[in-house]
Design a protein around this ligand. Structure first.
Ligand code: UD1
Ligand code: UDP
Length: 385
């Protein structure tokens, strides 16, 4: 039983749902919490997933405690009648940790996809660093995306035999989706695609950035828009009204800032492939953009995804307004700096993570054996050649 509730979990779980449905070993029963509503349904629709159970917990302005308690309560009732052989949770959202706790209390083994990411700061990202550490304590199988995440788990005394390095399923989703080159539903994006203008793609939503830092992001975007009239800044706005109220007032009316609703995944990945550079605080976008050779400026103080930073495609710049303006300016106007970052690398996966994950789950349930682990140096070279 895959259980998920938000947009990024849905994107990263979709390849696993597909692989489970293909496998002769499993009956796949999809449960969503509905922590996100529109942004979750958008992904399920794209991938053709019709959930078997929907806890429908979403509330406007929901608190972390409400997400946690409503998920546990809903699953507590579901597990009375529907007891899966294992549950699969993904990442570090509150849905994910609540589902892991509910399953653990019911004696159901927990499989953790994207296990072992660590920023090293319990309060950043908040509450995700705590969420993923809690899930690591109670999972039976840890599907680590990279050897770095495996090393993090080993350092916390998770037994080696319970960890499998799979690659990140986001690369499976990306590679399947980006090649389709879907049309944009917003005609302004279709016009932009043929215009040849340079695009700065921006996304922001992190809880610890909400408030002053996010208002500073809005002011920084307004300054960049004024200084670079030929550039088009595209901001697919997160549904959270708190995010919109912080960022959007500063850019309102700017002719070269295009604010959209959340884009369907196919459209977003196409826009990513058309972009010149990316400014974001998203986890998933940090993983996707490097594989398309797009430089990424991350508006955070730290990251649990150090691989692309080490490879030089991602730079951590924090959330200071002046710093954002300066770093974007450098990348737009210093060709050497741009070229040093704009190379396609793929430390996060080779597109086969879902298959490795499902084989590892089969081994956990004693109906199969795991596959050879993902090794970025070996497998990405093979995938590229
Ligand atoms: C959640 C996750 C975060 C993940 C992010 C991906 C937690 C605590 N946070 O943060 O780890 O990176 O999703 O985007 O699990 N809303 C809607 N419709 C939607 C989605 C959101 O209206 O489809 C609004 C609601 O007012 C909601 C608010 O956005 O209260 C925040 O949503 P929530 O899921 O609580 O937190 P995110 O910031 O989205
Ligand atoms: N994404 C999308 N449409 C958008 C913005 C992002 O489909 O308008 C995708 C993006 O490609 C990535 C995921 O959403 O796979 C990231 O979600 P988000 O930034 O909300 O969460 P995070 O990854 O930070 O948890």
């Amino acid at each position: 039983m895959p259980i998920y509730g938000t947009r990024p979990e849905a994107i990263k779980m979709a390849p696993i749902v597909d692989a489970l449905k293909e496998s002769k070993h499993f009956q796949c029963v999809v449960t969503v919490t509905g922590q996100h509503r529109t942004m979750l349904d958008q992904v399920n629709n794209l991938f053709g997933i019709e959930p078997d159970h929907d806890l429908n917990i979403h509330q406007q302005g929901q608190s972390l405690c409400a997400i946690m308690t409503r998920t546990i309560d809903g699953l507590d009732r579901l597990f009375q009648t529907d007891k899966p052989a294992a549950v699969i949770v993904q990442g570090d959202t509150t849905t994910s940790t609540a589902a892991a706790i509910a399953a653990f209390y019911h004696g159901i083994p927990v499989v953790h996809v994207e296990a072992g990411l660590r920023s090293g700061d319990l309060f950043s990202p908040f509450p995700e660093e705590a969420n993923r550490k809690i899930t690591s304590q109670i999972a039976s199988l840890h599907l680590a995306p990279t050897s770095t995440s495996k090393a993090n788990l080993l350092a916390e005394n998770v037994p080696d035999k319970d960890i499998v390095v799979t690659g990140n399923t986001v690369i499976d989703a990306l590679l399947n989706t980006v090649q389709k080159e879907v049309p944009f539903s917003d005609p302004r994006l279709e016009d932009l695609a043929v215009s040849g203008r340079r695009i700065l793609l921006v996304t922001t939503h992190r809880r610890e950035n909400q408030g002053n830092a996010m208002q500073g992001v809005g002011r920084a975007l307004a300054r960049i828009a004024d200084a670079e009239p030929d550039l088009m800044i595209v901001l697919p706005a997160h549904k959270n009204p708190v995010v919109r109220e912080a960022v959007l007032p500063a850019v309102e009316g700017k002719p070269n800032v295009l604010v959209t609703e959340p884009l369907a995944y196919g459209e977003f990945t196409r826009l990513l492939s058309l972009s010149h550079l990316v400014l974001t605080d998203s986890g998933g976008v940090q993983e996707e953009a490097p594989s398309l050779g797009k430089p990424v400026l991350v508006m955070r103080e730290n990251t649990e995804r150090p691989e692309a930073v080490h490879a030089g495609t991602v730079a951590l710049i924090g959330t200071d307004e002046n710093c954002i303006v300066d770093e974007v300016d450098r990348l737009l106007n210093d060709a050497e700096r741009y070229n040093s970052m704009a190379h396609a690398i793929n430390p996060y996966g080779d597109g086969l993570a879902a298959d490795r994950s499902v084989c590892a789950i089969a081994e956990l349930l004693v109906v199969g054996v795991r596959k050879k682990e993902f090794n970025a140096l070996r497998d990405v070279r093979i995938a590229v050649s």
